[in-house]
Ligand binder design. Structure first.
Ligand code: NAG
Length: 586
C-alpha cells in the first residue's frame, strides 16, 4: 500500500533534520522517537494536499518540489562559502536588495504589477523561443510598467536558470539607472525548500523569493521567512487553500500571494483571492497570482484591496508585453477609457461552435456533446437554412438549455456561456433584414461574414461576431499582421472569427495557420474564434494555444449539410480537452 503522506514525510523529514541540525541540536533530533517525529510532522504538514489519504497520488507540484529538494546539496549547518562570497560580491556591485513590501506599497494607489519570465511549463512545454533573452524581456516588462519581475529558475520543467534571474537583475538595474527611475524588484520563483536555495537566490541578484505554503511544513515556513529577512529579503508567501492562510500568518508572512489556481489540480477559481481579501488585515499586503484575463478582473481585485497582480504566461506569449499590460489597465484608468476596449483576452477556450447546422437533431446532438454555439446559415451557401428549419433549431437549442427566451448577452460572453446559443450567419445583408430575421427566428447572436464592416453593429439588435480573414503570411511580422486586424476594430464585437478560408482562398488546414496572430489580436482585447479547416485531428492543439473559441462545419459532416454523430463527439471532446490543457500550467 502506498503510504499516505510519504512525500510529506520525506520532504518534512529532510527539512526538519536540516533545521534541527542548523539549530545545533543534532543529538536531540537523532534521538527523537519515530512516534514523536510523526506527531511533530502531523502538526506541521497537515495542511498538505492529500494528507492522510492512503490512496493519494502526488500532484505535479509535490513531485517537482520533491525532485527539486533531491537536487539541492545535503543540509549542512554552514552556508555554502562559495555562495556567501558571491553574495558579498553582488551586493557590493549592485547594492542592497529592495524590500518587496515597500516596493508594492510605493505603487499604491495604483496596482503593482509583477510580470513573469517563464520559458516553459510542465503542462504546456515550450512557451518562449529558446533564444529569448531574459534580461531583454525583463527590460521590456519594466518599461511597460512592471515594478516586480518574477523569474522562473527551475531548470527541468520550466527551463529556467539562476543566470536568467541574474541577467534580469543586472539589465533592468542598468536600464533603470539610465532612465533615472527606481529599478524593479526581482523575484526568484522556484520550489524553494531550503535555506540553501534562498542564499542561492540572494547571491544571484534576487530581491525576494517565493515560498509555497502548500509544500512547506509550517515550522519550516517560519524558518525560511526569517532566514530570507536575515538576508534582507521580504518573501512572497503563496497560498491557495483555506487553511493555508493561517499557516502563512503564523509563519509571520507580510506579503501574501493568492494563487487562484489550485496547483495540485490546476482548477482555476477567480473568487479565491476575493475570499481571502475578507480575511486579512490592513497590515498584510495581499497579491493575486494567477488567472487575470481582463481589465475587469484587475479592476475587481483593486476593489477588493489587492495590491499586486502577477501576470505570467500571457506576457510571454503576446510578444507585445507593452500592449498586453496597457490593455489590462495596469496603468491609469484614463488610458483604458481612451482605448475603448477591455483588457487583453487570455481566458482560454470558452466557445465550441458547430456551424452549418440546419436539422434539429444535429443541433441537439451538438449541444449534448458539449458544443455551446450552434451556427445557422442565412447567407447564400450550400448549407443555407430555411427559416422554418432555423426556427426548429432555435426551439430545440432553447429546450436543451431550458430557456424560453433569447439569452441576455449584454455583459459579454468571455466568462463563458452557460447554455448553448444559436448564431445566425449573414453576409452583406441589409440591417433591416437581419433584424427582422433575428426577431422572427429568435437567434441570440449575429455573425457578419461579408464586407459589411463594423459600422452596422450598433444597429443590429443582438451582439455580433465579426468574421475577418487572416492576413496573408508575407514579409511582415506577426505583430504587424495582427495589428492590421486590430486597427480595423471600430465597434466592439463579441469576438472576431478568424477564418483561414475567407475570400475563396483555401487558407489551410490549421497546420499553416499562424497562431501568433490569435495571440496578438487577443492581447489587443478582442477574443478570437478560430475557423477554417478544423477537424478532430487538429482542434485540440488549436484550442490549447489559448484561443477564445473554435468553429467547425464541414469537419464534422458526413455529407454537405449532414452532421456525423461520431465526428461531432470527437471534435467537441478534443476541443474542450485542448482548452483545459491550455489553462493548465504553473
Ligand atoms: C508523481 O510521481 C508519482 C511517482 O513518483 C506518480 O505516480 C504520479 O503520477 C506523479 N504525479 C503526477 C501528477 O504526475
Amino acid at each position: 500500500m502506498k503510504k499516505c503522506h510519504s512525500m510529506c514525510l520525506k520532504t518534512a523529514c529532510l527539512l526538519l533534520t536540516y533545521f534541527a541540525i542548523s539549530a545545533s541540536s543534532y543529538s536531540v533530533s537523532s534521538h527523537r522517537s519515530k512516534a514523536a517525529l510523526n506527531t511533530a510532522l502531523k502538526s506541521t504538514t497537515q495542511h498538505f494536499y492529500g494528507y492522510g489519504d492512503p490512496d493519494h497520488v502526488k500532484s505535479t507540484l509535490q513531485n517537482i518540489t520533491e525532485e527539486r529538494e533531491a537536487s539541492t546539496p545535503p543540509a549542512s549547518s554552514h552556508p555554502d562559502p562559495v555562495l556567501l562570497e558571491k553574495l558579498s560580491d553582488i551586493r557590493s556591485r549592485l547594492g542592497p536588495p529592495l524590500n518587496l513590501y515597500d516596493q508594492i506599497m510605493s505603487q499604491q494607489p495604483a496596482m503593482a504589477l509583477a510580470a513573469e519570465f517563464k520559458r516553459a511549463s510542465p503542462s504546456k512545454g515550450q512557451i518562449a523561443l529558446s533564444e529569448i533573452s531574459c534580461g531583454a524581456q525583463a527590460s521590456s516588462y519594466f518599461t511597460a510598467g512592471a515594478s516586480i519581475i518574477s523569474v522562473l529558475t527551475e531548470p527541468n520543467h520550466f527551463k529556467g536558470s539562476l543566470s536568467d534571474m541574474l541577467s534580469a537583475r543586472s539589465e533592468t538595474q542598468s536600464l533603470a539607472s539610465k532612465l533615472n527611475l527606481p529599478r524593479p524588484c526581482i523575484l526568484r520563483k522556484d520550489f524553494i525548500t531550503s535555506r540553501h536555495m534562498i542564499l542561492e537566490a540572494a547571491s544571484h541578484g534576487a530581491d525576494t523569493v517565493l515560498l509555497i505554503v502548500a509544500v512547506t511544513p509550517s515550522d519550516v515556513l517560519k524558518e525560511l521567512i526569517e532566514y530570507s529577512r536575515e538576508l534582507g529579503m521580504e518573501p512572497l508567501v503563496e497560498i491557495h487553500a483555506d487553511e493555508e492562510l493561517d499557516v502563512a500568518l503564523k509563519g509571520g508572512a507580510k506579503v501574501i500571494g493568492v494563487n487562484n489556481r489550485n496547483l495540485h489540480t490546476f482548477k482555476m477559481d477567480m473568487t479565491t483571492t476575493t475570499k481571502f481579501a475578507e480575511r486579512v488585515g490592513e497590515d498584510i499586503c495581499l497579491c493575486s497570482l494567477s488567472g487575470m484575463s481582463s481589465a475587469d478582473d484587475v479592476e475587481r481585485y483593486r476593489g477588493d484591496g489587492v495590491r499586486m497582480v502577477l501576470i505570467g504566461e500571457s506576457l510571454m506569449r503576446s510578444r507585445s508585453p507593452e500592449l498586453a499590460i496597457k490593455s489590462l489597465g495596469l496603468d491609469p484608468r484614463v488610458e483604458r477609457e481612451e482605448e475603448g476596449r477591455g483588457g487583453a483576452y487570455n481566458g482560454g477556450l470558452k466557445v465550441v461552435k458547430v456551424c452549418g447546422v440546419c436539422e434539429e437533431e444535429d443541433a441537439v446532438k451538438a449541444c449534448r456533446e458539449g458544443a455551446n454555439m450552434i451556427g445557422v446559415i442565412f447567407a447564400e451557401s450550400k448549407r443555407k437554412c430555411s427559416r422554418e428549419n432555423a426556427k426548429k433549431v432555435v426551439q430545440s437549442v432553447r429546450k436543451f438549455g431550458e430557456r424560453s427566451d433569447r439569452e441576455d448577452l449584454r455583459n459579454g460572453i468571455t466568462r463563458g456561456i452557460k447554455r448553448p446559443l444559436v448564431v445566425g450567419v449573414f453576409q452583406n445583408e441589409k440591417v433591416s433584414v437581419i433584424n427582422e430575421i433575428v426577431q422572427d427566428v429568435g437567434i441570440d447572436v449575429v455573425q457578419l461574414h461579408g464586407d459589411e464592416g463594423e459600422g452596422c453593429i450598433p444597429e443590429i439588435s443582438v451582439p455580433c461576431i465579426r468574421v475577418v480573414s487572416v492576413p496573408e503570411s508575407d514579409e511582415r511580422s506577426v505583430e504587424e499582421r495582427g495589428g492590421e486586424i486590430l486597427e480595423k476594430v471600430t465597434e466592439r464585437p463579441l469576438a472576431y472569427l478568424l477564418d483561414t478560408k475567407v475570400g475563396g482562398r483555401e487558407g489551410g488546414t490549421g497546420v499553416t495557420f499562424d497562431h501568433d496572430i490569435v495571440q496578438v489580436v487577443q492581447s489587443g482585447g478582442v477574443p478570437v474564434i478560430v475557423a477554417g479547416g478544423l477537424s478532430e485531428g487538429n482542434v485540440r492543439e488549436v484550442a490549447r494555444a489559448g484561443c477564445f473559441g473554435v468553429d467547425v462545419s464541414s469537419g464534422v459532416e458526413k455529407e454537405v449539410g449532414k452532421k456525423d454523430d461520431a465526428k461531432i463527439k470527437k471534435f467537441v471532446d478534443e476541443a474542450w480537452r485542448g482548452g483545459e490543457e491550455g489553462m493548465q500550467g504553473i
